[in-house]
Design a protein around this ligand. Sequence first.
Ligand code: IPM
Ligand code: MG
Length: 371
Amino acid sequence: MKKHIAVIKGDGIGPEIVQQAIKVLDAVAFRFNHEFKYTPVDMGACAIEKYGVPISDDDLGICADSDAVLLGAIGDPKYDNDPTLKVRPEQGLLKLRKFLGLYCNIRPIVTYANIADQSPLKNHLLKDVDFVIYRELIGGIYFGEKTLSEDGTKASDLCTYTSRQIERIAHEAFKAAEQRKQKVTVVDKANVLETSRLWRKEVMNVAELYPKVKLEYLFVDNAAMQIVQQPQSFDVILTENMFGDILSDLASVITGSIGMLPSSSVGGRNALFEPIHGSYPQAKGLDIANPNATILAVAMLLDYFELHDEATAVRNAVDWAMQEGIVTQDISGDSPSACSAIGDLIANYIEGHEELTINKRNTEESKGVLI
Ligand code: IPM
Ligand code: MG
């Protein structure tokens, strides 16, 4: 299979983690006989520095023409602390999501036994945690009209949803639930917000087409509590843009390391794959970032291409590395491996060079990079 992938390295640790993901894609291409062509795209603080905009029209075009987009991370502290700035790295991502029509953001939350002790939750709560957040991505308060009064003392952000916007992501969530544990939990604030009441009405209609799937509703404040108290009770969480943003960060810490979680954004004629975490500027260039979330984003990308055996090979390789204790410092402060070493070992494992990967001396050697 030949595929064209637009690659956005972005800011901070973005370039380092994307480099490992590309090693993994190359290994998959080698082992399964595919051809992946990569086209670099600038987005984020690096694009502002280069072109004055967080993503150029040409680069938007490259993403639209590709078969899929792979993203590292964007964001730079220099833009975070100055509310007066008009141009910000995050605008690039929002523009890209909108341009590609990526209305459905999928964020799976799973646990790994060997990092359970790092979870802020007690071990017994982590058993059987396996849920996925379906977050609406191109509507709501993120994209509504914004105002700031002339004297700068009054601001507003409008939250709007249409039936169509709710219905299309609801179908995605129900289809996913049919293949999983057959439950959808809609998270909203229907006791206060009109948009939430529209969500309830539309989701109820969609639910009728999926009789096997149980539908539940939770107010967002209660949902935040339940995700922490009984994370194993969830299957598919369906929610609007901003609630999904907040809850997915909350849920991501359950695993024990945010460096393990990938996400995909689908819906339009294209799809985007990225880790859930941000650009971790403090670690930039140190070769210490956890590349697994981005490597697992590659697995989601391969599933999207319907290359399911290939996706499984990537997931198996990550599981293997985790079981062997080949992990970055966010997981094992005592004997961490370098980001680049993990990329090499996982790629080798996929290519089938077990004699290279089983030999842990490789990692021992590459640990030197950290010192
Ligand atoms: C996310 C991020 C983005 C969002 C930012 C970078 C605009 O937090 O993907 O969750 O809020 O959607
Ligand atoms: Mg977020």
